[in-house]
Design a protein around this ligand. Structure first.
Ligand SMILES: [Fe+2]
Ligand SMILES: [Fe+2]
Length: 187
């Protein structure tokens, strides 16, 4: 169990920031050891942020009546599904392959990696809550817009919680992992 649950953090905990000080975020993009793998990994994170924004916005648009229930159901089904499926695969890859590889190169940050693995568990629960609320709202929205309003309010709450957790997790994960990859020239 981590000492740093995601709901209590506002940044990467100080004890994991040793390399970040030498490899600040602003210097990553132009760093000579920035590898295509790392860029793709960061791009996957950017996609999760975009999908998180889309599902929140689509739900708000239905609630403010600028989107029909049918349209809302279609979009939340598609983009919500994309986010949940891709994120699940991404976490699996990190837990099973990526973090063990980092740990084999340097065990110095194992406690930080454990924190991130605990985040994945918390995010799984947050995703499940979103999926349950989303499926319920979709069922109602395809029948009748008015019937789906309360359910969509729930979706908005769950989608926002997911977006907030994800923002914290991705930022802290990048701040921990990218400096390690650059420092050890991992590709
Ligand atoms: Fe992660
Ligand atoms: Fe990640």
């Amino acid at each position: 169990m981590t000492n740093y649950p995601i709901s209590t953090r506002t940044e990467l905990p100080e004890e994991f920031q040793t390399l970040l000080k030498d490899y600040p975020r602003e210097a990553w993009e132009k760093h000579p050891d920035m590898a295509p793998f790392t860029q793709n990994w960061l791009e996957a994170h950017a996609m999760f942020r975009r999908l998180g924004k889309i599902i929140v916005k689509d739900t708000q648009r239905f609630l403010d009546k600028s989107r029909s229930g049918e349209d809302f159901a279609k979009r939340i089904g598609f983009y919500g599904g994309q986010l949940v499926d891709n994120l699940t695969r991404h976490h699996h890859f990190e837990d099973e392959q990526f973090f063990p590889t980092i740990s084999s190169v340097t065990p110095d940050f194992d406690r930080g990696l454990e924190m991130l693995e605990s985040d994945h568990e918390a995010l799984t629960k947050t995703m499940e809550d979103f999926v349950i609320s989303g499926n319920n709202a979709i069922d109602l929205a395809v029948q009748d817009d008015a019937k789906a309003i309360d359910a969509a309010g729930k979706v908005l709450e769950k989608a926002q919680a997911l977006q907030d957790f994800l923002a914290r997790h991705l930022a802290d994960e990048e701040d921990l992992v990218v400096p390690i990859l650059l420092h050890h020239k991992m590709r």
